[in-house]
Design a binder for this molecule. Structure first.
Ligand SMILES: [Mg+2]
Length: 246
């Protein structure tokens, strides 16, 4: 298969789902502050802003290890319970049931607030009409990821849908990128991947020779400690069409 030069138009485009097509887990500081500020079922005397800061720190520590990350992203509800229990205990509170209820409330609030980013369906439809092969590639457990795909009517807009919980492997494992190329029947130089995770959708696919588009949908800007530089950066989905000359 002939590889095309990077920067020329790809034949296939792979999309991450969470925080690329759907606003899901972005801006945790804002989400935890808002949830805790409006929540009544907390131990007497507990300082709310201290709880927000401690939960965020415990969450950063909890998700830092890639092996643990791989395990716990299959069960986000339980992972959040552990994080909030640790925050309670770091602040000297032993009320585990209360910690679990707050974690579950946060998880349900997050789910209720999932939404498609503006122009998501329209962008995918334009790409399909222009003849690109499209694949959705998402990490996480099968049931909640399928539920999101259904809720936002994404499956009919893609030629292929790859979910970590169904495949048994996920980004940034090399098999994922090989499988995407195989299913779309393109070489690495004929594919782009669009996503918000600088390891999973930039550094790892770049090692395969896939073109990379970093989706900065929450407009946080490229961090200084990034693992690799993306070929393109977009801050909304229709911008991708311009990058492709559509
Ligand atoms: Mg993502």
């Amino acid at each position: 298969m002939t590889a095309v030069r990077r920067g020329t138009r790809p034949r296939a485009i792979f999309f991450d789902m969470d925080d690329t097509l759907i606003s899901a887990y972005g801006r945790p500081e804002e989400a935890w502050s808002r949830t805790i500020a409006g929540y009544g079922d907390l131990p007497a005397g507990l300082d709310r802003s201290g709880l927000v800061a401690t939960v965020l720190q415990e969450a950063r520590d909890f998700w830092a290890d890639p092996v643990d990350h791989r395990h716990w992203r299959q069960n986000l509800f339980e992972a959040r319970r552990i994080v909030v229990r640790r925050a309670f205990s770091a602040l000297g509170y032993a009320e585990q049931d209360m910690a679990d209820r707050l974690a579950d409330h946060f998880s349900r609030t997050r789910e209720a607030e999932y939404r498609l980013f503006p122009g998501a369906h329209e962008t995918l439809e334009r790409l399909r009409m222009a003849g690109f092969r499209l694949a959705l590639v998402t990490n996480g457990a099968a049931a909640p990821q399928r539920a999101k795909i259904e809720r936002f009517a994404l499956a009919p807009r893609f030629d292929h849908v790859l979910i970590e919980g169904e495949l048994g492997y996920g980004k940034p494992e090399p098999q994922v990128y090989s499988e995407l190329l195989r299913r779309c029947e393109v070489g690495a130089g004929e594919a782009w991947i669009v996503g918000d995770n600088l390891e999973w959708e930039v550094a790892a696919p770049k090692r395969h020779g896939i073109g990379t588009v970093w989706a900065d949908m929450h407009k946080v800007g490229l961090p200084d400690n990034r693992p690799a530089d993306p070929d393109h950066v977009i801050t909304d989905l229709p911008e991708l069409l311009a990058r492709l000359g559509l």
